[in-house]
Design a protein around this ligand. Sequence first.
Ligand SMILES: [Zn+2]
Length: 96
Amino acid sequence: MPKKIPMRQCVACREKKEKYALARVVRTPSGEVLYDARGKLSGRGAYVCRDLRCLEKAVKSRALARALECEIPDEAFAELRRQFEQQETEDGHGKE
Ligand SMILES: [Zn+2]
């Protein structure tokens, strides 16, 4: 039997992907919204494709706010964008 790969769904595009192909965003017990690079933060989590377009859609459509059951502060959104941009550069995909 092949090992079952954990799948998660992007809150923006609703695509199911392997857990590690998605970025995890967490609302911590203290109410902060953070990008969880290592998947280790505790709190309520939501998954978004490692793609700025999905992040923006998730925030603007309020899908992320619903998934985390809290408002996404502008500063948290700005920080998430920064992290996603950095990640895209590190992955070497570049811009389209
Ligand atoms: Zn997506």
